[in-house]
Write a new protein. Structure first.
Length: 395
């Protein structure tokens, strides 16, 4: 959550007097934490500007290919070493001790270039739709003075052609949907991420040592161990209930032309991309309420404050709680003060309704769709300015 990026962690055990890897650089930011023993590290400056902040990792280098030495140090247990993406490094064990360290990596594929890569195709699509000049035909003779083999041709038409290209590229900024491109990066991150690390059962248990062996504590522990995330014990929602996301970035609201959707990571597997991206579609008039819920963390939001009819807001929140996307503030409704009341309310409450009536806009019944396959999303949905969907004055 801190880096808003995927993270990795590898543990390396190196015998005394040996070296694990040849000198190289990586495409990530690295934090090395020495756990046991000692290890000798040498860091080198990038050899060229092209190797500064690279987007891909390097091949192995020989000792005579290295650049300027910028750090020569020995890490001992408890020490940490950070070096940026593209820093050439090598580490070797001292003769008298082994080494055990963990490398934490982050910020892979998280550059301005990655954002622009998503942004330019979207900008061009909008420009061609809204600006006649992008749809005009190329000059009849443009192949006579452009292309690699024609790059040295000295004719008046060539600089005119290049000037026109520059003009159209510059104007693309006007049509660049920055927020939509950012949402696409966020969507990738939600799909890449592990499921949130949270303990919903803390609502129902106590850490007080005086109650360590109480019957209620023992019962709630047993229930917690049997129910993943204590989902079955989610308290009933009332208009007075207060809720928030389970973690700051567990879900994100996305805008489409005909609906809004909530993409989340709570159903992700611990195996990378074992399941498809998980999204829930809603009518556009749910946008302002969902925006409040996704932007409020760490503040708990009272259900009655959501810009929806109370019964609709209660149903929306209840279903998001049942899916573990939201968490309930203990004591914020009369039914959440007792384990027994929570259990009884869950026994009699039907499972969340996951529906596919994407185009229904009625407040009478929540209409959502849990997408199992996002492969057709681009063909079905077109970007829509968020200002049109999330304008609270229209609710």
């Amino acid at each position: 959550d801190y880096f808003r990026s995927t993270m990795g962690a590898n543990i390396y055990l190196t015998p005394p007097g040996t070296q694990g890897f040849a000198p190289h650089y990586d495409d990530i930011e690295a934090f090395l934490i020495q756990l046991e023993g000692r290890k000798h590290w040498r860091l080198y400056a990038p050899r060229t500007e092209e190797e500064t902040l690279p987007i891909l990792s390097s091949q192995n280098f020989s000792q005579n290919e290295l650049g300027k030495l910028i750090l020569d140090t020995v890490l001992e247990a408890g020490d940490m070493l950070y070096f940026p993406r593209g820093t050439v490094h090598q580490g070797n064990c001292l003769p008298d001790t082994h080494s055990l360290h963990i490398t934490v990596s982050t910020y892979q594929m998280n550059t301005w270039g990655d954002l622009i890569e998503k942004l330019l195709p979207k900008a061009l699509t909008i420009a061609r739709s809204e600006d006649l000049e992008y749809r005009e035909g190329l000059p009849l003779d443009y192949l006579d003075y452009t292309g690699v083999s024609q790059s040295d041709v000295d004719v008046p038409a060539r600089p005119i052609f290049l000037k026109k290209v520059e003009k159209l590229l510059t104007r693309l900024v006007k049509y660049a949907p920055v927020d939509s491109a950012v949402d696409e990066l966020a969507s990738r991150l939600l799909h890449d991420a592990l499921p949130p690390n949270y303990n919903r059962s803390s609502i129902l248990t106590t850490n007080s040592s005086s109650e360590e062996h109480s019957p209620n504590t023992a019962m709630s522990r047993q229930i917690s161990e049997c129910c993943e995330g204590a989902t079955e014990l989610t308290p009933s929602v009332t208009a007075n209930s207060k809720v928030r996301l389970v973690t700051p970035y567990a879900a994100r609201l996305l805008a489409h032309e005909d609906c809004v959707s909530l993409q989340h990571s709570v159903s992700n597997s611990r195996l990378f991309h074992e399941i498809d991206p998980q999204e829930i579609d809603y009518p556009t008039d749910y946008g302002p309420a969902l925006e409040m819920l996704t932007n409020s963390y760490p503040t708990f939001i009272e259900v009655r404050a959501l810009p929806l009819p109370t019964t609709t807001a209660v149903q929306l929140v209840q279903e998001l709680l049942d899916m573990n996307i939201l968490q309930h503030k203990p004591g914020s409704s009369s039914k959440s003060n007792s384990i027994v009341a929570a259990i009884k309310s869950r026994v009699n409450r039907p499972a969340p309704k996951i529906k596919s009536s994407r185009y229904g806009g009625s407040h009478d019944e929540l209409s959502v769709k849990l997408r199992e396959n996002s492969g057709n999303r681009k063909s079905k949905k077109k970007p829509r300015p968020s200002s049109e969907i999330f304008d609270k004055s229209n609710t």
